[in-house]
Design a protein around this ligand. Structure first.
Ligand SMILES: Nc1ncnc2c1ncn2[C@@H]1O[C@H](COP(=O)(O)OP(=O)(O)OP(=O)(O)O)[C@@H](O)[C@H]1O
Ligand SMILES: [Mg+2]
Length: 275
């Protein structure tokens, strides 16, 4: 479970552009579930992901990850608290990467384009470890990388020594996905990860995403502007509006058309307020 509690985040405080986006925001993501986050431009979807991943720091609030083992805290008064939750809100982004995998909209962001497929796989494998580039590739892991790449069904296992910048956007995003999920993160964050791809490739990558989520039993949070993807590929749909949850439904309880209508109504409501 990922638990976000009483989160506050403002931008440009004290200026004419002050934006108090999240004001006591709460949300929980259950283990082995996939949640789609939808909402109009600027409603806070990416900011929420940045706050969870640590590329942005919250002003206050807690972001906690449920671990497999209990941890014991000794409180200032000497009493002990045993819990499975680790508050990561003060961790740097690199420290959070142990728990959180991420795939961005831009196919170049999740990979190292000037390195080969093999080197990229080895880098993902060494996530959270210190190592020297010279000793990056462990020969005894290559069979494992090949086996993992085969699951993508793109033939990448036959191109281990190809530089990643020679791959298509769809191939890169598929590789990014594999790399982001290789170390079994507690949560996989997908920020419009198919938006830069053509419709056909987008569908292929989305189907690979679902295969990976199922095979690796991942907890996923996916931002999308595609209502059909939201209901089809997730267990739960959340709609944000100006940093607030305005809809939280089980995907089986809502259709893409209904979702689209609610989304349109929200945009019209916003436009009327601006006039
Ligand atoms: N680093 C920042 N500095 C200042 N304002 C920011 C920053 N990051 C986000 N914002 C503001 O916060 C609001 C939410 O932005 P965010 O990127 O989270 O929206 P989004 O829901 O992801 O939109 P989109 O669908 O366009 O990707 C916007 O008003 C944006 O201008
Ligand atoms: Mg965004």
């Amino acid at each position: 479970m990922l638990r976000v509690k009483n989160l506050y985040k403002s931008f440009n405080i004290g200026t004419d552009f002050e934006n108090n986006l999240f004001k006591g925001f709460n949300i929980e993501f259950e283990n082995n579930t996939s949640t789609a986050i939808i909402g109009s431009n600027g409603c806070g979807k990416s900011t929420l992901m940045n706050l969870i991943a640590g590329s942005l720091r919250a002003d206050s609030g807690s972001i906690a990850i449920e671990l497999d083992e209990d941890i014991t805290f000794v409180k200032p008064d000497g009493t002990k608290e045993i819990t499975k939750y680790r508050d990561i809100s003060k961790f740097r982004e690199e420290q959070r990467a142990r728990f959180i995998g991420r795939v961005h909209q831009n196919p170049s962001m999740g990979v190292s384009p000037s390195l080969t497929i093999l080197e990229n796989m080895a880098l993902a494998d060494k996530k959270n470890e210190s190592f020297s580039l010279r000793k990056l590739i462990r020969k005894n892991r290559i069979d494992y990388y090949v086996e993992q790449l085969k699951t993508l069904d793109l033939g990448l296992e036959n191109k281990l020594d190809s530089r990643v910048d020679l791959l298509s956007g769809g191939q890169r995003q598929s590789l990014s996905l594999l790399m982001a999920s290789m170390k079994h993160p507690k949560v996989l964050l997908l920020d419009e990860h198919t938006a830069a791809l053509d419709p056909k490739t987008s569908r292929v990558v989305m189907n690979k995403t679902i295969d990976l989520i199922k095979n690796k039993e991942l907890t996923t949070v996916m931002i999308t502007h595609d209502m059909r993807d939201a209901v089809e590929y997730s267990d739960r749909v959340i709609m944000l509006d100006k940093g607030k949850i305005v809809l939280d439904k089980n995907s089986s309880e809502i259709t893409a058309q209904e979702l689209h209508q609610i989304y349109q109504d929200k945009i019209t409501e916003m436009e009327l307020k601006e006039d």
